[in-house]
Design a protein around this ligand. Structure first.
Ligand SMILES: [Zn+2]
Length: 137
């Protein structure tokens, strides 16, 4: 378990973030940035994972359900992968074309979707930084 001192770009809540460097089922990792839910303002934000270490005076939060991006986001992100497996089989039987050809369209669509959705999450997590006027509550 690694820990880093992070700060929410929205509410400026500072805490120790504990995580496994390699992979996560709870956050989206883009280089040194991770998108996960701030434990205080409960919204998705981008956190800079550059300040490694632990500050005992700060609270500690893990890479878990509390900070997780949520099942809904993962379902939307990975749903196309499931379609990717099922659709080629259907297309193959309905149109009687080769599986290799039937595979190209769904794979392309799923990859485009994942790319677009990742950008969407990234932008959603980026907005409102330094702008509290449209915050909604
Ligand atoms: Zn926050």
């Amino acid at each position: 378990m690694t820990s880093a001192i992070v700060e929410c770009p929205h509410c400026h809540y500072r805490f120790n973030y504990e995580f496994i460097p390699a992979a996560s089922f709870y956050s989206i990792r883009l280089g040194t940035l991770r998108i996960f839910k701030c434990p205080r303002c409960k919204d998705l934000h981008k956190f800079n994972i550059t300040h490694f270490g632990k500050d005992p005076s700060l609270p500690t939060h893990g890479d878990n359900d509390e900070t997780g991006i949520g099942v809904k986001v993962w379902a939307l992100l990975l749903g196309p992968l499931l379609a990717l497996i099922i659709i080629p089989y259907i297309i193959q039987f309905v149109f009687r074309i080769s599986f290799a050809f039937a595979f190209i369209v769904p794979v392309t669509l799923a990859l485009i979707w994942i790319a677009v959705f990742t950008v969407y999450i990234y932008r959603k997590a980026s907005r409102k930084i330094g702008d509290n006027s449209n915050w909604g509550y």
